[in-house]
Design a protein around this ligand. Structure first.
Ligand code: AMP
Ligand code: GLY
Length: 426
């Protein structure tokens, strides 16, 4: 089959690497792609906001499957436009992508379907929101309603801080995303992510992961898109996974289908493992970045086959994907300045960092006169497999230390909490 992969980050490099290995994949195109993706796919220039142009490309090149990596084109309805033209798509419709695009939508769905999540109120104006704080105790969790590139959440320690944050949010700090704000109860516990494939009916788990959102070692400094991740997340035990599927994922998929907006694609559930069981923090309508990189390292099955089956509503008919028992761990190398303004253009020498079970996925790179240079905040994802988190961690950092990227920095403690637990139980 001919596949078009949309996106150009580390997540899409991992997807391209895996799709290209499929015996079913005859031709792989990618847009906008990056130099890493270009090793597995033919990169083409397409404007993802121009649905007619993407659809026309698929017609001209006999594309059998479009895989949409990032959330923005999903929320923008690219999957709907392609499906209307008869093209199979891996990724949800705009209506279903509201599970990521609108926190208010997801909270209301949780309420209708009895899904465990933090108690909340949804506010449309500042006058409504300020008094609503009285119904909660600090720390206050405030969320701008729409897509805000992972930055739309404020956790305020005091009432005064929460009131100031609300003024900023309704004042346009997050643009359109701030026109509605959800205030919710603060949940305590450990966070873990659960990934499932669904075609709207069948639900197939694809593994778990934990990421590291803060920029600095020891979980310090500002939030980022993620500085590293590992899979599986042992805190999400088989019993907790079963509970999360039964109480959170299954009612979501069922309600979406029954209400006429079936969800198709990968559903990424951000969970808080509280004393009273898993609660939903948020959904994403796509693979996590860099969580996708660790999942793809562990995936032993044919990704193209399972994605096509998902797109065609035949997920129950294909063998469930098999994940390796190994642990995969990825370390993000970012450009100095990230998550603020990153230094662009720094030269990168990968110098054969890759080995058996070690891959360097490219996130923010471009090729300049035959040389690899940085072109984004998160630049590389150095990813390794190992028998334990400790082993995967060692192998990833050995590879990382062989790379020459003077403008880059990384956290040195990816997986550290899990390694301490491994050592404790050893
Ligand atoms: P979100 O964008 O909804 O994933 O939120 C970003 C981060 O804020 C999450 O990964 C959590 O660390 C934190 N967070 C969000 N909601 C809550 C909550 N209700 N209680 C505690 N922490 C939260
Ligand atoms: N790494 C978090 C995300 O992709 O949303």
């Amino acid at each position: 089959m001919n596949i078009l992969l949309l996106g150009g980050g580390g997540r899409e490099h991992a997807l391209a690497w895996k799709l290209a290995q499929s015996p079913r994949c005859d031709k792989l195109w990618a847009s906008p792609g990056n130099p890493g993706i270009a090793e597995h796919a033919e990169v083409v220039a397409l404007d993802l906001a121009d649905h007619a142009a993407v659809t026309a490309f698929c017609g001209e090149h006999g594309v059998d499957l479009v895989v949409i990596g990032p959330e923005a084109p999903l929320v923008d309805g690219l999957a709907d436009s392609l499906r209307a033209a008869g093209v199979a798509v891996f990724g949800p419709s705009a209506a279903a992508a509201r599970l990521e695009g609108s926190k208010g939508f997801t909270k209301a769905l949780c309420e209708r379907a009895g899904i465990p999540t933090a108690r909340f109120v949804q506010c449309r104006t500042l006058d409504e929101a300020q008094p609503a704080l009285a119904g909660f105790a600090p720390p206050y969790v405030l969320k701008a309603d729409g897509l805000a590139a992972g930055k739309g959440v404020v956790i305020a320690e005091s009432r005064a801080e929460a009131e100031r944050a609300l003024v900023d949010m309704f004042g346009g700090q997050f643009g359109e995303a701030g026109s509605e704000v959800v205030i919710e109860e603060f949940l305590t516990g450990e966070e873990a992510s659960l990934f499932v494939l669904t075609d709207g009916k069948a639900i197939v788990p694809l593994g778990s992961a934990q990421d590291h959102k803060r920029v600095g070692d020891g979980d310090t400094g500002p939030n980022t898109g993620g500085m590293g991740a590992y899979s599986p997340a042992p805190v999400l035990t088989p019993a907790l996974t079963e509970e999360a599927l039964r109480r959170i994922v299954e009612p979501t998929v069922r309600t979406m289908r029954e209400e006429g907006m079936p969800y198709s694609g990968i559903l990424y559930a951000g969970l808080m493992l509280t004393d009273s069981g898993p609660q939903l923090i948020e959904y994403n309508a796509r693979f996590g970045d860099p969580e996708c990189q660790v999942l793809m390292m562990r995936l032993e099955s044919d990704l193209a086959e399972v994605m096509l089956a998902c797109a065609q509503g035949r997920l129950a008919e294909v063998p469930a994907p098999v994940m390796s028992d190994d642990v995969a761990l990825t370390v993000v190398v970012a450009a100095r300045g990230y998550p603020g303004t990153p230094v662009a253009g720094g030269g990168i020498e990968l110098r054969g960092a890759e080995a058996d079970g070690v891959r360097v996925f490219q996130a923010g790179t471009r090729s300049e006169g035959g040389r690899l240079v940085a072109s984004g905040g998160r630049v590389l994802n150095v990813t390794a497999l190992g028998a334990s988190v400790g082993e995967a961690h060692r192998r990833a950092y050995v590879a990382l230390d062989g790379i020459d990227f003077a403008d880059g920095f990384c956290r040195r403690d990816i997986g550290a909490r899990e390694i301490r637990r491994e050592q404790g139980s050893a």
